[in-house]
Structures are given as C-alpha cells and as structure tokens.
Design a binder for this molecule. Structure first.
Ligand code: AMP
Ligand code: GLY
Length: 431
C-alpha cells in the first residue's frame, strides 16, 4: 500500500516507524513530517490542513491509505472532504469525520454525548456569553476546586482549575466576556473537580468493532513532581501499574462499549482512534475527555508495545473490518522522556544543533526537529521523545535516561522523574 501520514510531531514519527515495519507498506509519505520521519519515509512539504494539496498529492502518488495524526484536520473535516471528492472517495482514511471529531472539538458536545449514553464523567453545566450572570450565580452553589473548560479547541490551554470560587468567577468572566480563548470560549463548561489518578486509554474502532491499544500515563506539567505550567506532555509510561485487569475491564464495559454503541446510535460513522482521558477514582473510571486521535507523547510509548502489524489494523479500521481482529501487545515497559527546548512551554529558541543522536540505545522519536545540511537542528518546543523498553519499569527508565544523557543541544530541558511515581506505586504493591 502507498501510505500518507499527516502531521509533524513525535506521534507521527512513532507511527511512521511502526508503519514502515509492515510488509503491507510499499511507499510511505509524511506531510509535512520532521527530520526523524524522513528516515522512515519521504517528507512532503504540505501542511496537514491543506486539503486541496493533500488531495492532489494522493491522486498523483496513488495513495491507498491516509493516517491522520493531529486533531485539526479531523475537526476541519478531512474525512468529509475525501468522501465528497469523486477521485478521493476510494482512498482509505483513518480518522473520524467532522461530526465524530466533535468528541474532541467541542467539550459541550462530548459532555452531552457522555450523559446521553451513560458514560461515567464529571457533572458539568454549559454557559454561553449571554449567560455570564447565570454562570456567576451557578458558581455560588459550587464547591472549590472547580474546573472551567472552554468549549472549543484551545491548543491544550482551555482548561482552568480554580482553587476558589472567587478565582473561578474572575476566570469565567475572562473566558466568556473577554473571550480569553477567542472563539473557543464562546461557551464554557463549569465542571466538578475529579480527584484521582489520570491515565490515557486508546481504542481503534471502525464504528462497530474495536481493539484496545496499550494504555499509558502522560506527564503534563513542565516540572519534576508535577509542578509548573501545563505542556503538551513531558513524558509517558506504558503499561500503567494502577490500570490492572479489573480496572481495564471496567473501562471496557462502562466506557468503551457505551461510547462505541453511542456513536452508532447517534448515526456517527466513526473510523479512527479514540483517545479516552480517564480519571481512576478509587478503582472507578470517569471520562475527563475524548480526543479523536492518538496522544502525544503517549504514542511514542504505546507503539513500541504493539507487536501486531499496525497497517493491517489501520486498513481493517478504515474498511470497517475490525471484527475478530486481535492486537498483539508485548509485556515490556515503555518509558518515554521528552527533551524540550529551554523555556518551553513559554518562549524558547529554535535552530540549535543537536548532537549525540547516533549514540542512542533507546528509540529516538523526533518531535520538533528539522535538517540543516547534514545537521539536525531544534525546531519546536518539544524536540525529541526518547523511549526505553525493558522487562522492568526501572530498566526502561534507565535505558531512556541513558540515551537522554548522551544527546545535547544548547539549553535542552527534560524532566528527571518520568515513571518515578509509578515505580513507587509498584513498590508499595510489592510488584
Ligand atoms: P483536557 O483539556 O480536558 O484534557 O483537560 C486538561 C487537564 O485538566 C486534564 O488532563 C486533567 O489533568 C485536568 N482536568 C480536566 N477536567 C478535570 C476534572 N473534571 N477534574 C480534575 N481535573 C481535570
Ligand atoms: N498527551 C496529551 C495529548 O496528546 O493530548
């Protein structure tokens, strides 16, 4: 098959590496890709949301399968574009249509979806700009901490957790009245705070059947010990020690099955990944959010644990043939450490030369990199995702950090504690 991956991050490099390994893959393109993806396939200088150019490229190169990495093309309706274009209709595509992508694109839509289909989630109420006074009086009846969520996509910044009601009132006024997140905050959800441990569960579905990928834990804050501002994710670990068999069974029966049945009931033909952000509260799963794609950096951990041919699964997903498909997962631990540009998630510099890439033992997935002659240079906030794999959590972390320590550029930054909390839980459990 001729395959095109859309996107340019560490997630896309991890997907590219896994797809390249498949005997079903003849040529692989990544648009626009990064310095790492160019070692797995051919980079194409087309933005992931430039549908006209993507469409022409697919016709020219006889692409059989398109795998959409990030959310923006999905929310903008890339599937709908392909389905309505006579020359693109027959191309297989992994990713939901515009309506399905609303599970990620609108927090109000996804909350209503969960309530309608009995998926456990935090209680919430939505307010529009016209209802800002009602929102303020509603807050009077709430308890802190309280969560405020901009309805639309806000580059991962649209969630505010307020530690007092007065702080929440100020924040909701900024969001609704002063349009802090632009269009994304024309509606805001006021949501109950869930106190538990977070994890990410990934499902590949054809709208009827599904396979469950390895789960992962993400490390969202910039600083060690989960301190400082939120980021796109500073590390990931898979498997997750507190997601034992009993918990994952509950996730399947209480969350995954009702979600897929709900999509079907609502007439939403969904072919793609569903990323379920979950809170484990005393062994019970609650959905924090859905995303219509894989997670980043979770993918860089998860892909190294899949032994099955990923292309066979992606093809079955896009063709509606996932029934009876099984996924082979290896029991090894994967620990991913993000190496970021100093200053991220605020201001950071680009263009620094990266050295030590050749001495790596662990997997080195590129996120924000580009080539300058024979050199690889930094080109983003999150620069590399380093994944160690080993039979033990400690071994996987050690392998990842040994590689991290061999790679350098000016002002490189990384968290030193990825997996430490999980190692502690394992120790307490006597695993
Ligand atoms: P989201 O953009 O929905 O992923 O939210 C970003 C982060 O905010 C989540 O990953 C959680 O860490 C946190 N969060 C969101 N909703 C809640 C909630 N109801 N209770 C506690 N934390 C939450
Ligand atoms: N790692 C979180 C995300 O991809 O949204």
């Amino acid at each position: 098959m001729n395959i095109l991956i859309l996107g340019s991050g560490g997630r896309e490099h991890a997907l590219a590496r896994k797809i390249r390994q498949s005997t079903l893959c003849s040529t692989l393109f990544i648009a626009p890709g990064n310095a790492g993806t160019s070692t797995a396939g051919e980079n194409v200088a087309i933005a992931a949301d430039d549908f006209d150019r993507i469409g022409s490229f697919c016709i020219e190169k006889k692409i059989d399968l398109v795998v959409v990495g990030p959310e923006t093309p999905l929310v903008l309706g890339i599937r709908d574009y392909f389905e309505t274009h006579p020359q693109l209709q027959s191309i297989l595509l992994v990713g939901p249509g515009k309506t399905g992508a609303q599970l990620e694109g609108s927090k109000d839509f996804s909350k209503q979806f969960m309530v309608r289909h009995g998926v456990p989630t935090a209680k919430a109420k939505t307010f529009t700009a016209d209802e800002s006074n009602q929102a303020l009086s509603y807050l009077d009846g709430c308890q802190a901490p309280i969560v405020l969520k901009a309805d639309g996509l806000a580059a991962g910044k649209g969630v505010i957790i307020s530690s007092s009601i007065s702080e929440a009132k100020q924040a909701i006024t900024e969001m609704l009245v002063h349009k802090k997140f632009g269009e994304a905050s024309t509606k805001v959800l006021i949501e109950e705070f869930l106190d538990g441990i977070e994890l990410s569960v990934f499902v590949l579905t054809d709208g009827e059947h599904y396979v469950v990928l390895p789960e992962a834990k993400d490390y969202k804050r910039i600083g060690d010990g989960d301190t400082g501002p939120n980021t796109g994710g500073m590390g990931a670990v898979s498997p997750v020690v507190f997601a034992d068999q009993a918990f994952m069974k509950k996730v399947e029966t209480q969350v995954i099955i009702p979600t897929i049945a709900g999509l079907k009931k609502d007439g939403i033909a969904y072919k793609g990944f569903i990323f379920i952000g979950l809170m484990n509260i005393k062994g019970e799963p609650y959905v924090i959010e859905y995303n219509a794609r894989m997670g980043d950096p979770e993918t860089e951990a998860v892909m190294t644990r899949i032994d099955s041919d990923l292309v066979a699964l992606l093809k079955a997903c896009a063709k509606g043939e996932l029934k009876d498909k099984k996924i082979q997962i290896n029991p090894h631990y994967a620990v991913t450490v993000i190496m970021a540009s100093g200053g991220y998630p605020d201001h950071f510099e680009k263009g620094h030369v990266i050295s030590g890439l050749d001495s790596a033992q662990a997997h080195v997935f590129h996120a924000g990199t580009s080539r300058k002659g024979s050199q690889v240079i930094t080109n983003g906030g999150r620069v590399l995702a380093i994944t160690g794999n080993a039979p033990t959590l400690e071994g996987a972390a050690q392998q990842a950090y040994e590689t991290v320590n061999k790679i350098s550029w000016k002002d490189a930054y990384w968290r030193k504690d990825i997996s430490r909390d999980l190692a502690q839980i394992e120790k307490n459990k006597g695993i």
